[in-house]
Design a protein around this ligand. Structure first.
Ligand SMILES: Cc1cc2nc3c(=O)[nH]c(=O)nc-3n(C[C@H](O)[C@H](O)[C@H](O)COP(=O)(O)OP(=O)(O)OC[C@H]3O[C@@H](n4cnc5c(N)ncnc54)[C@H](O)[C@@H]3O)c2cc1C
Length: 416
């Protein structure tokens, strides 16, 4: 039998957490971390926020410094891509030619951007935003303070955060969204209307119902043309139309794959020697009664801890509550739970003129999810209330003088 060797493929948020958790849970064997990006695992959220707006350095974004990996005894293979998993031999083939034997394998491969396929989409000046290298390319192209015109394609969180970052750099920004409103896929009309107002106040030209048909330009992008014929001049275009989970490696190895690499509650794939965590996985959530694929840092970290526990022979079922945040301008949005299926959205605070409010999503009078803008206390209580699926009356929720904590479940008294 070979000596214990955990090989981790993909070096992002989930991988960094896996390394930490493996050692904390007592993994004694070797650990090798393989990542195709030529840098140590870094925090991805600031890419479209503080890093784009030049308020944070690449160094500050590292999840852990090189010394921490050395201390944890991790063999790093960065700038190297895993090309094939040979499950029968328990080996991974890398594009450097190296072959790694594993006793345990972790797939933390993340997701890649969905690409725009219209004519002209490959012109210089068209960018995506997923990696440090992507943002470095954008920043090298964007000239601060020259009134350059940026067109953003996609009105999800990445598109909106990018719009805020580029405004902070002094660019003129137009955002095109194909759906009738912003954030269609991820949150309610109430929250979308709020962000439409704020971005308009901040000088972003938001156009919904605009489907991009062609990118115009000879040697570089000059404009974006929509299906209705409207054309928007552009010196640069940033596309943020979603991501696709990286499943090809797992599928080619014969692992069970759906909208992500399928894992059970213990982060195990259909091969018990192989775990997976983060954006690349699909798992069944008992709490939501359906398969989910989540794209968030808290999920990547929690599922990675769960995967590490499994590899260390101390399995604990994954039960983390979905939560997420987005920073735009002076606004911190924090979301907990999944609002799909709500039959009532109750606003607490002023979303029409103010910049601080929460939306509580109820189904049959029970709390499913909460979105909070600049309301950390509502978020803290919201997490507990969502976990308890608290039954809450809409009128009282909307009344800011009512204390939310009164709907918290009363702790069951412990017998001495
Ligand atoms: C711009 C941006 C802003 C975001 N903002 C937020 C936010 O505010 N809050 C939040 O919760 N989440 C946010 N997210 C989402 C969050 O970053 C992801 O959910 C998180 O990074 C997932 O971690 P992961 O480890 O699963 O994948 P990743 O961080 O994507 O890491 C996967 C790594 O695997 C590598 N890889 C893939 N295939 C191979 C291969 N064959 N061989 C070797 N390496 C490979 C990839 O290159 C990548 O480096 C944001 C994402 C982006 C892009």
């Amino acid at each position: 039998m070979q000596s214990p060797h955990a090989v981790i493929l993909g070096a992002g948020h989930a991988a960094a957490q896996l390394v930490t958790s493996l050692r904390q849970q007592g993994w004694q064997g070797a650990i090798t971390l393989v990542g195709e990006e030529p840098v140590l695992p870094y925090q991805r959220p600031p890419l479209s926020k503080a890093y784009l707006a030049s308020q944070m350095s690449a160094e500050q974004m590292l999840i852990k410094n090189a010394a921490a990996y050395e201390k944890a005894g991790v063999n790093l293979r960065l700038g190297v891509r895993a090309e094939r998993i040979d499950r029968a031999q328990q080996r991974v083939h890398l594009d450097s030619g190296e072959v790694l034997d594993y006793s345990a394998l972790a797939l933390t491969l993340g997701a890649r951007v969905r690409e725009l396929t219209v004519p002209g989409a490959d012109l210089p000046g068209v960018f995506y935003l997923r990696t440090l290298a992507d943002v470095d390319r954008i920043k090298a192209h964007a000239s601060v303070g020259t009134g350059q015109r940026a067109v953003i394609v996609g009105g999800g969180y990445i598109g909106l955060e990018t719009a805020a970052g580029l405004r902070q750099l002094g660019l003129s920004v137009t955002l095109l969204e194909a759906m009738p409103r912003l954030l269609e896929r991820v949150t309610s009309a109430e929250v979308a209307a709020f962000y439409q107002r704020v971005h308009t106040e901040e000088g972003v030209d938001i156009r919904c119902g605009k489907s991009v048909q062609r990118i115009l330009g000879a040697s570089a992008v000059t404009a974006v043309q929509c299906a209705d014929g409207d054309t928007f001049p552009a010196d640069l275009v940033i596309v943020g139309i979603g991501v696709l989970p990286n499943v090809a490696l797992a599928a080619a190895a014969g692992l069970d794959v759906g909208n992500g690499i399928r894992v059970n509650a213990f982060a195990q794939t259909s091969d018990p020697l192989i775990v997976a965590a983060g954006d690349c996985t699909e798992f069944f959530s008992e709490a939501h009664g359906r398969a989910l694929r989540l794209e968030s840092v808290p999920h990547a970290m929690a599922q990675a801890s769960c995967a590490a526990a499994t590899l260390c022979g101390k399995p604990v079922a994954y039960q983390a509550q979905p939560w997420f945040w987005s920073d735009q301008y002076d606004l911190k949005l924090q979301m907990v739970g999944l609002s799909q299926g709500h039959d009532q959205a109750v606003i607490r605070g002023d979303s029409h003129q103010g910049r601080s409010f929460s939306v509580f999503y109820l189904a049959g009078g029970r709390l499913l999810a909460v979105d909070c803008v600049n309301r950390p206390r509502d978020f803290l209580l919201g997490r507990k209330l969502v976990a308890a699926a608290a039954e809450m009356p809409a009128d009282a929720l909307a009344d800011e003088s009512s204390d939310l904590s009164r709907w918290l479940p009363t702790p069951t008294p412990t017998t001495p």
